[in-house]
Design a protein around this ligand. Structure first.
Ligand SMILES: Cc1cc2nc3c(=O)[nH]c(=O)nc-3n(C[C@H](O)[C@H](O)[C@H](O)COP(=O)(O)O)c2cc1C
Length: 158
């Protein structure tokens, strides 16, 4: 697939094995509005430099594995992202997991911690398994936090 590098638009990078996190990435894209984010599912590390070129924001997501960990195969992608991302690009981290496991969506926390060593992570989103219609508000909140750096619920409280 040819990768364009001249478009300025949000970028969604997502790692998914059985489709739940890919479905979440697609719902985020649908709710993100204009300009339409580019979604890259299970990207190759060698493509990250091109993918990140022109990114106005980054939403990066994964499922959780092991004991709430980032899947091993996603780590080279993460390293490439850290190498190529610009400091001033807003970053949000999302993921799916299963509450059956003690560390629900632990990979979201790990990913957020790893990225926070290099950039500000403005928003996180954890969804159980396949996203449902009831998850729409959480996704909208995630997008709001990413774009404004504020939590809409906290704002209403003040
Ligand atoms: C062996 C195994 C370990 C898992 N460990 C966790 C975990 O520690 N925490 C969690 O929240 N979910 C865990 N999960 C659940 C997956 O993260 C969850 O099913 C996720 O939605 C899969 O995403 P995908 O469909 O995008 O691959 C585990 C699943 C498997 C099969």
């Amino acid at each position: 697939m040819a990768l364009t590098n001249c478009n300025r638009r949000p970028v969604i990078l997502c790692y998914s094995q059985t489709g739940n996190t890919a479905a979440l990435a697609e719902q985020i894209r649908e709710l993100a509005g204009h300009p339409d984010p580019a979604v890259h599912l299970n990207p190759h590390p060698d493509d990250i430099k091109t993918v990140m070129n022109g990114a106005t924001s980054l939403m990066i997501g994964t499922y959780s594995w092991g004991d709430g960990q980032i899947p091993e195969r996603f780590l080279p992608v993460l390293e490439a992202v850290i190498t190529h991302m610009k400091q001033d690009v807003p970053v949000g981290v999302f993921g799916t997991g299963d509450r059956f496991y003690p560390s629900f969506c632990g990979a979201v926390d790990e990913l957020s911690a790893r990225l926070s060593e290099h950039v500000d992570v403005l928003a996180t989103l954890k969804i159980e398994l396949m996203p449902q219609a009831g998850d729409t508000n959480a996704i909208r909140s995630f997008l709001h936090q990413l774009h404004t750096g504020t939590d809409p619920i906290t704002d209403n409280d003040s």
